[in-house]
Design a protein around this ligand. Structure first.
Ligand SMILES: *Cc1c(COP(=O)(O)O)cnc(C)c1O
Length: 386
């Protein structure tokens, strides 16, 4: 049987896969089992920050693999400790909890917010305000946190204690937080799955002010926006706010599964021994790869990300068939006259892999994509959208 038929027969049918069997690649180049080459503008959904088969990341992962792969959290290991240190040093956050995915990083953020509030104020102050069109994960609780009705059917009952405010409407956040005696507000600064919508800066600072004045924790979900993707190490830096909790995953691993929940001064001692955990959390191999990724997100790379972003906004903003370009850094949404799915298929035929987000075409190229590859990809996209 072919790979495709084996997969269709034996892998649970939860994904609408594109009709390609990927085999290998280098950087932004992917090759399928027929030998056809593609320029990757999706990076495994914002995961492969430096593309695939990156020499430095591979070396870091292999070196750790040759020492030990897993220990459980009963023991100390260097990669986990060093990754936590560099994350805190680069962000000003105080402590980090490691897990294995974005959903788990958000679960930890939610548990921490509720425990913080319970310890200080007792029962009844557990609601978390999230935003409409948000996406926070696929577990029952993070689905409940996700502010899209379409995610709230069939799998009920869902976790209680989430209410959904309108994005960019501060009064909606304040009213819901006050009515429900909220303990936290959780949001993405660029709503990825919701259509690559960047929040207004004035709204974000108003939410941060309101949270700060009322001892409501501000949780920023940087699972997709984080790790250099938007042109700063974390997107919140560009909004001039200091969150109480930051969750991240995707690009942090550079290709291996890892989630991280970072705690600021208010929340760094909320979790205590036994209160939370994960068997694989802080896995040495994943952490060694992630350390390599974070240590390479420097000013030079970030200014390249911004320059490439400007290039895409300029080239595609005025292209035939485009209605609007949204997003931040190398997390970009294209509102097109043609159907987004049709554009994805056309681009694929012409050797460029792009994604969708709601009704938009979504671009998440490797941060180190060469200008030559990017120019090629943008030209193909221009052809396909007009
Ligand atoms: C992808 C994503 C998640 C879920 O991450 P998983 O690793 O798939 O669990 C959560 N929040 C945001 C903003 C995401 O983009």
């Amino acid at each position: 049987m072919s790979i495709t038929s084996l997969d269709n027969t034996f892998v649970a049918s939860t994904y609408g896969r594109f009709p390609i069997e990927l085999s290998h690649g280098k950087g932004a180049k992917l090759v399928d089992t027929n030998g056809k080459e593609y320029i990757d503008m999706g990076t495994g959904i914002a995961v492969n920050l430096f593309g695939v088969c990156d020499d430095e990341w591979n070396a870091a992962v292999k070196a750790q693999l040759d020492k030990l792969a897993h220990t459980s959290n009963l023991y100390y290991t260097e990669p986990c400790a060093k990754l936590a240190e560099i994350l805190c040093a680069r962000t000003g956050m105080k402590k980090v909890f490691f897990s294995n995915s974005g959903a788990e990083a958000n679960e930890c953020a939610i548990k921490t917010a509720r425990r913080y509030s319970f310890k200080k104020y007792g029962d009844g102050r557990s609601t978390i305000v999230t935003l409409k069109q948000s996406f926070h994960g696929r577990t029952i609780t993070t689905l409940a946190a996700t502010g899209q009705d379409s995610f709230h059917t069939e799998f009920g009952p869902f976790t209680e204690g989430f209410v959904y405010a309108d994005a960019n409407d501060i009064n909606s956040v304040i009213t819901l937080a006050e009515e429900n005696n909220a303990c936290a507000v959780m949001m993405e600064l660029v709503q990825g799955e919701g259509g690559v919508m960047k929040l207004d800066e004035a709204f974000v600072t108003a939410v941060a002010d309101f949270c700060n004045k009322n001892d409501i924790l501000l949780i920023i979900d940087e699972v997709q926006t984080g790790n250099g993707r938007t042109g700063s190490l974390y997107a919140y830096e560009q909004f001039g706010i200091i969150p109480d909790i930051v969750s991240t995953a995707k690009g942090l691993g550079g290709g291996l599964p890892i989630g991280a929940t970072m705690f600021g001064t208010k929340t760094d001692d909320v979790l205590t021994p036994g209160s939370h955990g994960s068997t694989f959390g802080g896995n040495p191999v994943c952490c060694a790869g992630a350390y390599n990724i974070i240590s390479r997100i420097d000013d030079k790379l970030l200014s390249d990300v911004k320059a490439k972003s400007e290039y895409i906004f300029n080239e595609l903003g005025s292209a035939d068939g485009i209605k609007s370009v949204s997003g931040m850094g190398l997390m970009i949404g294209l509102e097109t006259e043609k159907d987004a799915k049709e554009i994805v298929a056309l681009c694929r035929e012409k050797g460029v892999l792009v994604l969708t987000a709601k009704t938009k075409v979504r671009l998440l190229p490797p941060l180190n994509i060469t200008m030559e590859e990017l120019t090629k990809a943008v030209n193909v996209i221009k052809e396909c959208i007009k």
